[in-house]
Design a protein around this ligand. Structure first.
Ligand code: AMO
Length: 426
């Protein structure tokens, strides 16, 4: 290692000892005879106190290093109640390992709020801010809890192809690509594959992977590439997989609650849940929307805002009209309705899922009803002909879930390098 300690981890036992630290020099205040430098690494910030009398010719060059340069500094660490964190270092040796050019495209410690577009253009600088990197601490806690929880419930992790030959969620939002001399598409969801795995006898599978949607929306919730958490479960109905959903959310909430420092940085309180989470039917949702939506229409943002005022937090919307759900969702006993559900946090949709059609003839009919040609789906349909169990599942957007737990207003805050309607770089 190039360092002997981390900036934020100097303890009382270190006082009076010589240590070597490495990090970004985030600020310099030169008062003539004395200069205060701030050195930052992932653990925190420490003050470097430069005394002109002591350093002689080194004083000026050390006190004028460009902000955000990488330095390695060796000196005695000591207590100083006036310094941030109550600690300072008196440098004896200081080397610039990598100089940062000026001006910076984005301030790191400046109090000015830059536009999100400017920040995303210089994401590497943006991430150096604690209040930004805290979002990724929360995201990692959520993602870790997802894997841990689903494995605990005996789901097998799988990886399905992202280059596919036909649509899964309808043809309109597909990214087409060239696959040698053929056309191929980027997967919108692992939907058809996870269902095929049920015929493959795996019974409980999950995948956390990228999904691509060529949607034109440019909203705080939509991306053109997002991470989808998918499960599929045999011999289960919609009710059973809603149970998996709420237990998973509870595990994620508990994991996030342990991220005390990140939560504090973000000014967030842990979300506490009481299971079972509330469930309302689509019909009740329409009623609660106070005329913002007509029966048979998808719930608009205006409508879900109205519903969220009454629901507050996480809740399910069950029993959707069949006409609003994809071909693979099972019709309810009353075929006006389906066994499809959505899972919401306030006005934002986190998940859709449901019990699936497992009868191949019904599936062919459902494809036709939705204007799709069953012959184009033979690879998907074959597994249904030779022993497909009843099954159910859901897809949950990791980015939206991270945004919820981090209290972010825009999903892009919780995505390192978002891909949206206008952004492919960096
Ligand atoms: P759906 O299309 O509703 O369902 O997607 C499931 C969840 O994925 C997230 N999501 C998105 N996140 C960010 N940007 C987007 N453009 C975007 N689109 C979707 C949302 C959404 O709730 N195959 C079904 C799931 C299933 O039935 O198992 C599906 O993909 O959080």
């Amino acid at each position: 290692m190039l360092n002997t300690r981390k900036c934020g981890e100097i303890s009382e036992e270190d006082f009076g000892s010589e240590q070597t630290l490495c990090g970004w020099l985030q600020d310099t205040r030169n008062l003539g005879g004395i200069a205060f430098l701030q050195l930052r690494d992932i653990t925190g910030v420490i003050q470097l106190t430069l005394l002109k009398k002591k350093l002689g010719d080194n004083f000026k060059p050390w006190a004028s290093i460009n902000r955000e340069s990488i330095v390695q500094v060796t000196g005695i660490v000591k207590e100083n109640k006036e310094a941030p964190g109550g600690v300072e270092m008196l440098p004896e040796k200081l080397e610039v390992l990598n100089n940062a050019e000026t001006p910076l495209p984005l301030g790191v410690i400046d109090k000015i709020d830059s536009e999100i577009e400017t920040r995303l253009n210089a994401r590497y600088l943006d991430l150096r801010k604690k209040e930004i990197s805290a979002n990724f601490q929360i995201r990692a806690a959520v993602s870790g809890a997802v894997h841990e929880h689903l494995r605990k419930e005996k789901f097998l992790e799988v990886h399905t192809p992202k280059i596919i030959a036909s649509a899964t969620e309808g043809g309109t939002s597909l990214f087409e690509m060239k696959y040698f001399d053929k056309a191929a598409y980027l997967a919108q969801s692992p939907q058809l594959y996870k269902q095929m795995l049920m015929s493959g006898g795996l019974e409980r599978v999950y995948e956390v992977g990228p999904a691509f949607r060529a949607e034109e929306h440019n909203t705080p919730r939509h991306l053109n590439e997002f991470i989808s958490i998918d499960i599929e479960m045999s011999f289960a109905d919609d009710d059973v997989v809603m149970g998996v959903m709420e237990r998973l959310i509870d595990s994620a909430a508990k994991a996030v609650a342990k991220e005390t420092e990140a939560l504090e940085t973000l000014g967030m309180k842990p979300i506490e849940l009481e299971l079972p989470l509330p469930r309302i039917t689509y019909d009740e949702a329409v009623e609660m929307s106070n005329g913002k939506v007509e029966w048979g229409e998808d719930l608009s943002m205006e409508a879900t805002r109205e519903i969220a005022r009454q629901m507050n937090g996480f809740y399910f919307i069950t029993k959707w009209p069949l006409s609003l759900k994809p071909f693979y969702i099972l019709p309810d006993d009353n075929p006006k309705y389906s066994r499809g559900f959505d899972f919401m946090f306030n006005e934002v949709e986190m998940t859709s899922g449901g019990q699936r059609v497992h009868d191949v003839n019904m599936l062919r009919e459902r494809l036709k009803e939705q204007g799709l040609d069953p012959d184009g789906f033979n690879h998907y349909l074959d597994p249904f002909r030779y022993g497909m169990p009843p099954h159910a599942g859901w897809g949950l957007g990791l980015d939206r879930l991270a945004m919820t737990f981090a209290g972010a207003k825009n999903v892009r805050e919780c995505v390192l390098f978002p891909r949206d309607r206008t952004r492919m770089t960096p």
